[in-house]
Ligand binder design. Structure first.
Ligand code: MOS
Length: 746
């Protein structure tokens, strides 16, 4: 095993397996029902857990009547504050890779912090028995008179945003106050984004079982290593005694990055009963206990000169958080970097509400912040009677002024040009309502897209087998984005073994530790580790081949290459599988651990894009629809154009959700009443516009040897602003509060 922290020198290499349109290698398993999702797991002697949730949002649980529930058919036990195991909290530290969604342990105290908080956990022989018994649990509460479930009620609508300032979030360059005071053109506006829930397809699920002192838990997780580490802390067990398995995930959108309390309840119950326990949250529970994108309020102030040059930018944000778990969405942070402006200030406030802990959701922070900034720029362009795209061009950031570093690679100008020309931006009439087509009024809008390009440390193992196949293993997971496929492409690229012969194993915390599937960082993180593991294994193969009597005896190690699954030196070569068979070795493996070096101190890494939107408003029937979305993305080298395009298209769908539909609504008791996929509206096929995505392909070799940045989240950023800007162009109504529901246009 080696540890590499540098990026191997760029070679002007021709790539064969990277950059090709490879359909997902796990696609057939998914289509044929062969993919094992967490809730599909059934273990011998299994039992079923069902949580009981609080029906008040704030107060104290003063008692539970359990007798009737305990006498229901099939009930095995009911866990609650008075009989639950004493555990330790996870340190809940992102850097130490043990962050959890809600740091509070289940039933830790009898205080009720939010509606839907777990107050008991029923275990029975069937799911139906557990659910039926849960309805017989009688809870007694002392209810607080005051509760808060909407920060908007605290906002005066002008001046400072409500909430507590987070000093660590404040960043600034230059002197934004003075520059603003002296600017000829000014804008001061407020924006908001409703609370959104992830609304995953596959419900959160845990299946836990113990063998002596070892815990194995099957979970729908975006981070098996984080969950393994957290459980190890909570149960006080060594890492190697906890295994988290998550082979397939039916979407997470951030809600499965960090473990939630249902997993801890399930593991405790399995240990106490000495039997496996399966818990699958219901759709309604998903909206109570698995995080959400917190509602945010934002204020943007811009000072500019008459030519449109940005002189000052203030971006203040505010998001809801929970007494059960702090979450800072840092919505204003990316505004420090988006444009050339020498005087910028960003702050964030938090307000504690009686809801469960918010968490990362689909381009967290930046999608929200970029909505406000990109809408404000549209408003500024109108004030200046300037084309909004031209305004952005005049403020292109040649460097990242916030950290005084050059970009590693930045092709935003090409994104603007490419998307504008494909969209036909030059045909836009800036006068609201001026473009008509039959009964419909047409509106055009655009925005810049951006997302930080991250890379983490990562381990991987590969094994050449004597049947010609290659094993690739990494303790990350594929959340449906194509990680299995691009890991295979990477191994194929570095060995010449066809993708079909590569057996990729992910979603198991006992494999060499890999990253979260989040933050758009998996590709840039995992690929270098797979590549390094191949180099390790190939070194061992070379030793075997050059040994006395070996097929490449006396060959210089440096002269040997691996091509098409063969070791080649001059005119001699040997198929790797044959070499293994000759030596009666079943498998030769290599393990490597890679990590970024100090490149972050020398360059700023971001992906960029531009999105153009056409909306159509039919005032006769009050119908708003998005007809067309054109986006061009600069995310470094594209490893697989099929899965990459899917990522951007998916991001655009999520952006349309933010722009037009998504909003979690609460009743006066703090209960989310649109807690199902009929009432919580996400875009469906009938809502989908024509979507045209183009991916530039400029490798960013400063981030990794393949030049790939991530592209999981960038597709979403900018979409809500582009829609609201297009809505203004169509209707003359400036909607600053997402979503743009039809009521706001009447
Ligand atoms: Mo994404 S919110 O990093 O799963």
């Amino acid at each position: 095993m080696t540890t590499e922290t540098r990026n191997p020198q760029r070679q002007d290499e021709t790539l064969n397996s990277i950059g090709i349109k490879k359909p997902r290698i796990d696609g057939i398993l998914k289509l044929t029902g062969g993919a094992d999702y967490a809730a599909d797991r059934n273990l011998p002697n299994q039992t079923y857990g069902y949580p009981v949730t609080s029906t008040i949002a704030s107060g104290e649980l003063t008692g539970l009547d359990l007798e009737e529930a305990l006498n229901m058919p099939g009930v095995l036990d009911i866990f609650h504050h008075d009989n639950f195991d004493r555990l330790s909290r996870s340190p809940n530290d992102f850097a130490a890779e043990n962050k959890v969604g809600e740091p509070r342990l289940p039933f830790e105290d009898n205080t009720i912090y939010y509606q839907g908080q777990y107050i008991a956990f029923v275990v029975a022989d069937t799911f139906e028995h557990a659910r039926a018994a849960s309805r017989k649990v009688r809870a007694h509460y002392r209810k607080n008179d005051e509760q808060l479930t909407d920060i908007a009620t605290l906002d005066s609508g002008e001046g400072e945003l409500p909430g507590e300032d987070v000093p660590g979030d404040a960043s600034s360059i230059g002197d934004a106050d003075t520059a603003y005071a002296g600017a000829a053109v000014k804008l001061d506006q407020r924006y908001s984004i409703a609370q959104e829930n992830h609304s995953v397809m596959e419900m959160h699920a845990s299946v836990a079982h113990w063998e002596n002192d070892r815990l194995t838990i099957y979970e729908s997780s975006q981070g098996v290593v984080f969950q393994r580490n957290a459980l190890s802390n909570i149960f006080g067990m060594p890492l190697e005694k906890v295994t988290v398995i998550s082979h397939f995930i039916g979407s997470g959108f951030g809600s499965k990055l960090f473990m939630w309390p249902h997993a801890v309840m399930t593991a405790v119950a399995a240990r106490r009963l000495g039997r496996p326990v399966k818990t699958v949250l219901t759709r309604q529970q998903e909206y109570l206990n698995t995080g959400y994108r917190p509602k945010s309020l934002q204020r943007v102030r811009i000072g500019a000169d008459q030519s449109g040059k940005l002189l000052s930018l203030h971006h203040d944000g505010c998001n809801e958080t929970s007494p059960a778990g702090l979450h800072d969405d840092t919505v204003s942070a990316s505004s420090m970097k988006m444009y050339h402006c020498e005087n910028v200030s960003a702050t964030n406030h938090l307000v504690t509400v009686n809801k469960c802990a918010p968490t990362s959701m689909r381009a967290p922070g930046e999608a929200s912040g970029n909505f406000a900034l990109e809408t404000a720029l549209d408003e500024l362009a109108i004030q200046l009677e300037m084309d909004p795209l031209e305004l952005r061009r005049r403020n292109f950031a040649e460097t990242d002024l916030s950290v005084q570093l050059p970009w590693s690679s930045n092709h935003l100008k090409e994104c603007w040009d490419n998307a504008a020309s494909r969209f036909g931006w030059d045909k836009r009439n800036p006068t609201p309502g001026a473009m008509k087509d039959g009964d419909e009024i047409v509106g055009y809008g655009m925005a810049t897209q951006s997302w930080e390009a991250m890379r983490q440390h990562c381990g991987a193992r590969v094994g050449f087998r004597d049947d010609g196949t290659l094993l690739v293993a990494c303790g990350t997971q594929d959340i449906g984005t194509g990680t299995y496929t691009i890991a295979a492409q990477t191994a194929s690229e570095r060995t010449g073994i066809p993708v079909e012969m590569i057996d990729v194993r992910l979603g198991d915390s006992s494999l060499p530790a890999g990253p979260l599937s989040g933050g758009s960082m998996a590709t840039a993180t995992v690929l270098p580790a797979v590549s390094a593991a191949v180099r390790e294994a190939v070194e061992k193969l070379k030793e075997l081949a050059t040994a006395e009597g070996g097929p490449l005896e006396n060959a210089e190690s440096d002269s040997i290459e691996i091509k098409d699954g063969r070791l080649v030196s001059g005119d001699r070569s040997i198929e790797v599988a044959e070499l293994l068979r000759q030596n009666r070795v079943g498998m030769i493996d290599g393990e490597a651990h890679t990590a970024p070096g100090d490149e972050k101190n020398q360059y700023s890494f971001r992906s960029w894009g531009a999105v153009f939107v056409e909306v159509r408003w039919d005032p006769g029937i009050s119908r708003l629809r998005v007809a067309r979305v054109v986006s061009t993305i600069d995310a470094g080298r594209i490893i697989n154009p099929l899965t990459a395009r899917n990522q951007i298209e998916g991001g655009i769908v999520m952006g349309l959700g933010m722009a037009m539909f998504e909003e979690t609504e609460y009743d006066p008791h703090g209960y989310p009443y649109n807690n199902n996929l009929a009432d919580y509206i996400v875009p469906v096929n009938a809502d989908m516009p024509q979507v045209e995505v183009e991916l530039l392909n400029h490798p960013d070799y400063l981030l990794n040897e393949f030049g790939a940045r991530g592209l999981g989240e960038i597709g979403l950023t900018g979409v809500a602003a582009a829609v609201s800007n297009a809505v203004y162009n169509a209707t003359g109504k400036r909607i600053r509060d997402m979503p743009v529901s039809i009521e706001k246009l009447l």
